[in-house]
Design a protein around this ligand. Structure first.
Ligand code: BJW
Length: 236
């Protein structure tokens, strides 16, 4: 096995071919939904109804999409590595559940999950697959109006940073797939990996903002590049 431990970071590009919009493309999600309205705690405090509507639509949209060959190839590679005593740590910025539905295990959702709610009063989290509204009550502490989408908005601390840093320190290869490298701290993982002497690889449709920082960069659609790369790792 060439690499015993790999960390993969994915972004919206890995789910694009499943039919989920990316954020920063000309016709992307942010085009019709200003960031400060739907992806900040301040926007949520101003208009919770609007923010719930935005996430309700996206949560409902999950029922109409399926994992694509990139999700499936990553899950197979993870399984293959585990069978040989290795580890593939899958960190995603995505709030969809397509990695899990593609078969991946222990996915680290650093920006939260569409199918989860978070109580702003007691921090209880629970799975939620239907519409949410500002009138909801927390099933644990009963506080009405406290439940919010379990999403990391701008200015909030992404989840699981300690385990991500540990996995980066421990890996031989860091791979970034389908992310523009516009949002920190995820955009800084390549620098962290380089500073620790790790190999780095980018797979993306077009060069990301930090493309020059990667040891290797391959351009093309994730549904093609990821299965090819995964197969090459499995073949050793
Ligand atoms: C394909 C493809 C195909 C398409 N195949 N590829 C100045 C400097 C540095 C940092 C900051 C700064 N000012 C503010 C900050 C911090 C801020 C930040 O980074 N801002 C930037 C705008 C500069 N970051 C934060 O606030 C984060 N928190 C934080 O830093 O906490 C620290 C802290 C310290 C002390 C106190 C408190 C906190 C939190 C960031 C949260 C991000 N949340 C979002 C929204 C989630 C909700 C939702 O989903 O609605 O997460 S933003 C949005 O961007 C979403 C994504 O996960 C994230 C990344 O986007 P991604 O995935 O890269 O998508 P795109 O659309 O940008 O790119 C798609 C890519 O796919 C492209 O490259 C295409 O080429 C490619 N592609 N088709 C392969 N078929």
């Amino acid at each position: 096995m060439k690499y015993k431990k790999i960390v993969v970071l994915t972004g919206a590009g890995v789910s694009a071919e499943s039919g989920i919009e990316t954020f920063r493309a000309a016709d992307g999600l942010w085009e019709n939904h200003p960031i400060d309205q739907v992806a900040t705690p301040q926007g949520y405090a101003r208009d919770p109804e609007l923010v719930h509507r935005f996430y309700n639509q996206r949560r409902a949209g999950l029922k109409t999409v399926e994992p694509n060959p990139a999700h499936i190839a990553l899950a197979r590679l993870q399984e293959d590595m585990a069978a040989k005593g290795g580890t593939l740590t899958l960190v995603t910025q995505n709030v969809d559940d397509l990695h899990e539905r593609g078969g991946a295990k222990d996915v680290i959702h650093m920006h939260g999950e569409l199918r989860s709610m978070l109580c702003g009063a007691c921090e209880h989290r629970w799975p939620h697959t239907e519409d949410a509204s500002p009138e909801m009550a927390c099933p644990d502490c009963d506080t009405e109006g406290a439940p919010r989408p379990d999403i990391v908005w701008f200015g909030e601390m992404p989840y699981h940073m300690d385990s991500i840093k540990r996995a980066l320190a421990d890996c031989a290869l860091f791979v970034s797939i389908g992310t523009s490298g516009a949002v920190y701290p995820a955009a800084g993982f390549v620098q962290m990996a380089r500073q620790m002497g790790k190999e780095t690889l980018e797979l993306n449709l077009e060069p990301s903002q930090g493309s020059h920082l990667f040891g290797q960069s391959r351009l093309g659609p994730a549904s093609q590049l990821v299965p090819e790369w995964a197969q090459s790792v499995i073949a050793g």
